[in-house]
Structure formats: structure tokens, C-alpha cells
Design a protein around this ligand. Structure first.
Ligand code: AMP
Length: 487
């Protein structure tokens, strides 16, 4: 099957050829004809499947086939693509420009974190396709600098992430501003009840397509679990990178604060590293990404939300410096490696506090992962699990209600603290942190000496620079949903 046989216009085929794509991916094969016909679409597809071209190509085709009807003498915005993050917005718009390079259509990206004035200036000119994050779009709506009354096609890209990030009200406000008669495309990696509810209200007799979900990681990914004391993770990571001379290592932390600190510490260890997350300026993020892609930067430290949608695939090494508290994120993370037959390695550094996350992940994978202990990093037998503080939430510790994660991801947590280690399933919370209370400050977060621990607790820091566990407890200023928000 070729792109030509899908019926795309010649200028698009030429642009696809320039990109070097020889044949459509499965999602493109299914989505392109539906969109070309003008129908609504509900698509289950993750990043890495080629979903972007799956909607961008037919949108460009449709818009170029019919000239715009001018409103008050001005060409209207005809397609609106909403994305959860700035990075994704930038990447989608880059695709629009690449695939539309032989067409006279104009596109624009709109996200927060940058000066609004150049965007206002750009909006005064012609914009056929707007790629935006919801927050900044609503800022423009409020300032009356954008007119959405001529939108013919709406795309919600990574809709599940948008809901996870708390954008539902923003999305509904935006929907209310669009013409009733329009084509709607909804892309989502997962289908929760919330997504289905949104889809039910939004889509009109949609075609439903789904490409093979990667609920099982690529065979080529070797998954390794290294048990390590919470205070020695950074030391172990530095050792692994240096000993094996790893390059292009994507390291995941749970919080922005943790990402920053880890990048700084690795840099001190002589490993070039930068953090990428929602609090970084757009310029800094773009720079970090391009240095990483070019190989000048050895390590990129990212939060899940910042990493999602990044066009970085086929990496040799993915490291879970901290396990995600949402098991599906584990699959997303390790899916960055081992693609298209390339071999890849995903290493998880797991401390006693995270055994329950590991058990959740194994339930999702439907298999046990073998544990390793690196010589020289033997576990402190007296250590006990402690709750993990994330923003106002405290994750871990015994009360199941305090667990983070999406609804439906809780399951039964019997049997945590497993696998021959010293975890105590019945251990009670000592953090004193609870919902609605300020989280306790980062203990040992600056590498300062040991903080108070429970009986037999080990020092917070052992290695040079110390505080390697800091990100786990140190991310006390973020609430997960604010990370990478597109304001
Ligand atoms: P996406 O899922 O849209 O983020 O795309 C993932 C990656 O696949 C991007 O690097 C695209 O450039 C690439 N890609 C998209 N379509 C094709 C295709 N038909 N053949 C090869 N690569 C593709």
C-alpha cells in the first residue's frame, strides 16, 4: 500500500517522499481515508505510531481542495489542533509545515511560556491551521485576539493526556466557541470512561480505529530492574553511564524538581546532562532536545509529561530513575527504546519505597521482572519503605487511598514489599503528610546530611553530592498535573 493509493494530493505525496517515507503506517492507512471523507474519527494510537501524519496529511488535503470562505474580508482559522504540551504543539506544527510545504496553507503554533505579543501579531495575518495548547488559546480568546468561528476541523491530540492534566474544562470552553458544523478527530492512547464521555459528546457518528496498543513492550527491549537504596540511585546511575559509556540516555524522574537536581548532579559527575520539563523556557527545552538528538548531550532528564510527544525514538537507553506511579507510563517510557527492530535497554532503579509500583507494573506486563543488585550497591537490610511525597500528595505507605495514579489503576496492593527484600507491607506512614497539608520540606534534598529516619534508617546521602533520592521526596512544589501545562 502506498500513500498515492490513499488518494492524497500530489503536493502532499511529494512532501511525504521528501521525508523518505515509503509506505503508510497502520494508523495512517486507517485514519487517512476516514478523514479525507470528512467523517469524525475516534482513534486509539500512541506517539510513535505515525499518528501525526495520520491526521495532518488528510487535513491539508481537505483544506487545499477547497478555498476558504472569507469572513469580514479575512481568511479564517480553518483547522484547530489542540495538544496537551508545548513540545507536542511545536512538533505537530513542524509536521504541518513539512507536509504542507508545497501548499499555500499557513500554520501557526500557540503555547504559553513565551511572550503573547508575537502570537497576537501573527494572528492578525493569515492562519489556516492553528496548533495550540488549551491554556494559551483561552488567553487569546479572553483578549479577543483569536477568532475560532470559522473552524472546519478540530483535532484533540493525546486527549487522554489533556484530561490527565486537568484540561477538560478548558476544552469544553473552547468547544463552545466553535461552529456546530465541523469535523472532529480525537486521538488518544487510552480509552478511559472520561475519554468515552468526551468522545460521546464531541463526535458525530465517528469511525473508530485502533492500532495495536503497545500494552506489551517491544520484544527487543531488555528490561532490567536494579534494586538500590534510595540514597544511592544517582551514584549507581553515574557508575552505569560511565562504566558502559552510555550515550543518548533518556532518564525519567517523577518531578520537575527532581529532574533539575539530577541533571545538575550528573553534570558534576562529569556526565553532560540537561533537564527538560514544563518550567523550562521554550528556548531551553528546544536547545536541550537538539543537543540530545545530535549526541552532544549524553543524558536528557525528563518528566513523563515533558517527554510525552517528544519525537525522540529509537534510543539505546532509557532509565527509570524513579518508577512512575501510573503503570501505563512505564510502557510509554520504555517504548522509547527497542523500536523498529533496534535493540534497546530499559533500566529501572528501584528503591524500597517503590516496590508497590513495581508490583503494579508487573501486573500490567503480566510478568515478573528479574531483580538485580549491582555489586557494591547491596541493600541496607534495615531500611524501611517511606511514603513518596509528590506535591500535596503522599504516595505509598499503607493506606491505599493515598495512592496516586489514575482511577482504575489502584487494584489490590496486597503483597507489596516483596521479593525477598525487607519491605513491610504493613508499615505505617511516618511522613505526617496528608492531603491538604503542605508537604514536608525536602529532606536531605541539597545533599545535606542524614535526615531523621525510622528505626535503623540509613543516611539520606552516601555518595558524593548526596541526596540521590531527593527527587522522590524533593518534588514537593509540583502538583503532577501542572507539569508541562501549556499556559
Ligand atoms: P508520531 O507517532 O506521529 O509522533 O510519529 C512517530 C515518528 O514516525 C516520527 O518520527 C515520524 O516522522 C515517523 N513517521 C511517520 N510516518 C511515517 C511513515 N509512514 N514511515 C516512516 N516513518 C514515519
Amino acid at each position: 500500500m502506498t500513500f498515492a493509493s490513499l488518494g492524497l494530493a500530489e503536493p502532499l505525496l511529494r512532501a511525504v517522499g521528501d521525508r523518505g517515507y515509503s509506505e503508510p503506517t497502520p494508523i495512517q492507512l486507517q485514519a487517512i481515508p476516514v478523514v479525507l471523507e470528512g467523517g469524525d474519527l475516534l482513534a486509539g494510537a500512541q506517539t510513535g505510531t505515525g499518528k501525526t501524519a495520520g491526521f495532518v496529511l488528510p487535513i491539508l488535503d481537505r483544506l487545499s481542495a477547497r478555498p476558504a470562505t472569507r469572513q469580514n474580508g479575512k481568511a479564517p482559522i480553518r483547522a484547530l489542533i489542540l495538544t496537551p504540551t508545548r513540545e507536542l504543539a511545536a512538533q505537530v506544527e513542524e509536521s504541518v509545515r513539512a507536509y504542507g510545504k508545497y501548499l499555500p496553507l499557513k500554520s501557526m503554533t500557540m503555547f504559553g511560556g513565551v511572550n503573547i505579543n508575537p502570537q497576537i501579531t501573527q494572528l492578525r495575518g493569515r492562519v489556516d491551521i492553528l496548533v495550540a495548547t488549551p491554556g494559551r488559546l483561552l488567553d487569546h480568546v479572553q483578549q479577543r485576539t483569536v477568532d475560532l468561528s470559522g473552524v472546519e476541523i478540530l483535532v484533540l491530540d493525546e486527549a487522554d493526556r489533556m484530561l490527565d492534566m486537568g484540561f477538560i474544562r478548558d476544552i469544553r470552553r473552547i468547544l463552545a466557541l466553535l461552529p456546530k458544523q465541523r469535523q472532529n478527530l480525537l486521538f488518544s492512547a487510552t480509552f478511559s470512561d472520561e475519554i468515552r464521555l468526551l468522545a460521546d459528546g464531541l463526535l458525530n457518528a465517528p469511525k473508530s480505529i485502533e492500532v495495536a496498543r503497545r500494552n506489551a513492550p517491544a520484544e527487543a527491549v531488555a528490561q532490567r530492574v536494579m534494586l538500590v537504596d534510595r540514597g544511592r540511585k544517582r551514584e549507581l546511575l553515574s557508575k552505569l553511564i560511565k562504566t558502559h559509556n552510555w550515550f543518548q540516555v533518556l532518564v525519567f524522574t517523577r518531578t520537575k524538581h527532581g529532574a533539575n537536581r539530577l541533571a545538575e548532579q550528573l553534570d558534576k559527575d562529569g556526565i553532560t546532562a540537561l533537564a527538560i520539563h514544563g518550567n523550562k523556557s521554550q528556548g531551553a527545552r528546544t536547545r536541550a532536545l537538539s543537543e540530545f538528538k545530535s549526541g552532544d548531550l549524553q543524558v536528557l532528564v525528563a518528566t513523563d509529561i515533558a517527554a510525552r510527544g517528544l519525537d525522540i525514538v529509537d534510543l539505546p537507553h532509557v532509565v527509570n530513575y524513579e518508577l512512575p506511579n501510573v503503570s501505563e507510563d512505564y510502557i510509554h517510557r520504555i517504548g522509547r527504546t527497542g523500536r523498529a527492530g533496534a535493540s534497546g535497554e530499559a533500566v529501572s532503579l528501584v528503591c524500597i519505597d517503590e516496590y508497590r509500583f513495581l508490583a503494579d507494573i508487573e501486573r500490567l506486563l503480566k510478568r515478573k521482572l528479574e531483580r538485580e543488585i549491582v555489586p557494591g550497591f547491596e541493600l541496607d537490610p534495615n531500611d524501611r519503605p517511606e511514603p513518596i511525597v509528590m506535591g500535596r500528595r503522599s504516595i505509598g505507605g499503607p493506606p491505599a487511598q493515598q495512592r496516586g495514579g489514575r482511577p482504575g489503576n489502584h487494584g489490590s496492593h496486597a503483597g507489596h514489599g516483596v521479593h525477598g527484600t525487607t519491605g513491610q507491607p504493613g508499615h505505617s506512614s511516618r511522613s505526617g503528610t496528608s492531603h491538604g497539608q503542605p508537604a514536608r520540606p525536602a529532606r536531605g534534598g541539597n545533599g545535606a546530611g542524614p535526615g531523621p529516619r525510622g528505626p535503623g534508617g540509613m543516611p539520606a546521602s552516601r555518595g558524593p553530592g548526596g541526596g540521590g533520592h531527593g527527587p522522590v521526596r524533593g518534588g514537593v512544589t509540583n502538583r503532577g498535573r501542572s507539569a508541562g501545562r501549556g499556559r
